[in-house]
Design a protein around this ligand. Structure first.
Ligand code: UTP
Length: 297
């Protein structure tokens, strides 16, 4: 019987340099996909997977993120006075219960592993989930819920995995996989951003994890890895050396890398087209634009 996963860590303390100049004053995680900030997609996914305690690892300049989940009394009063019930419903879903979200600070962006380690006192001795808000996953059943179901059989540690093109492996944490019991994969090793031509596979870890508290102990050493950062991948790889309990999980769904401009734009179009209130207008625009491009060629 596995310990139920009720805590999730949302590392949101990164500098977001790929979105400069916007991220000079706006946290990347509050950038908006259609009409919801990236962080809300991640929070909703976690809620649907049964998470009840939400731990944000924040840093300087991220107060917009912290305020976002509070009640906004003036706005609420105005919507009520005007009887805007639909908008009130949407607004309500953004308000988290008092005490549900805890914030810890990462006082220097030393890497994802370090960010997760900053939450160690709030996690204690329990398994926990990690969600990176810039990985947005469109799926019938939310990715983390798929993983929590699979984790009930495996326990240990689980990393969401997807195939990436060979040429892109040097941008990801890559899994060395020995046996596949689809959709679960037995992981024999992990390497962060392998040099070109050295990747053990083309299966990449993406931003959803279920981790044992031992991973936090592995991070105690504060060792730096690829890019001079303290890497979560290295702490998971260390776990594979001493125990035999790391699994990859090939989730069902489409993942968008909203940490890059191209990925963010693709997600915007895709989520826009999925919305009944926007689809027709957006589709017409895309067809017109394609026709104009073809005519110009
Ligand atoms: P990224 O690797 O995308 O880094 O982080 P970044 O700083 O946000 O963006 P770029 O590369 O400069 O454009 C993935 C997730 O991990 C968090 C980020 O906030 C993001 O949600 N993170 C990263 C931290 O919380 N702390 C860190 O030290 C690094």
């Amino acid at each position: 019987m596995q310990h139920k996963v009720t805590k999730a860590v949302f590392p949101v303390a990164g500098l977001g340099t790929r979105f400069l100049p916007a991220t000079k004053s706006i946290p990347k995680e509050i950038l908006t996909l259609v009409d919801r900030p990236l962080i809300q997609y991640a929070i909703d996914e976690a809620r649907e997977a049964g998470i009840t305690e939400f731990i944000f690892v924040t840093s300087r300049g991220k107060s917009a993120l912290e305020d976002y989940f509070d009640r906004a009394p003036e706005l609420e009063a105005s919507l009520k006075a005007k009887n805007k019930t639909e908008l009130l419903d949407i607004y309500d879903k953004t308000c988290m219960d008092s005490g549900a979200i805890a914030y810890v600070r990462q006082n220097q962006a030393l890497g994802l592993g370090h960010a997760v380690w900053c939450a160690r006192h709030l996690i204690g001795d329990e398994p926990f989930a990690v969600l990176l808000p810039d990985d947005v996953i469109a799926a019938e059943k939310p990715c983390l819920a798929q993983m929590i179901d699979a984790y009930a059989d495996t326990g240990g540690n689980m990393v969401a995995a997807m195939e990436v093109p060979e040429a892109a492996t040097s941008s990801y944490g890559i899994l060395d996989v020995t046996a596949s019991i689809n959709p679960k994969l037995k992981v024999n090793g992990m390497v962060e951003k392998p040099e070109k031509g050295t990747a053990p596979s083309n299966l990449a870890a993406i931003g959803r994890y279920i981790l044992s508290p031992q991973i936090l102990k592995n991070l105690d050493g504060q060792q730096t890895g690829a890019g001079g950062e303290i890497q979560l991948t290295d702490a998971i790889a260390k776990e594979i050396e001493t125990s035999d309990n790391v699994y990859g999980y090939r989730f069902q769904g489409q993942r968008f890398d909203c940490g890059t401009k191209a990925g963010f734009l693709q997600a915007t179009v895709s989520f826009g087209l999925a919305r009944a209130d926007l689809r027709d207008e957006l589709e017409d625009y895309i067809y017109d634009m394609m026709a104009m491009r073809q005519a110009a060629e």
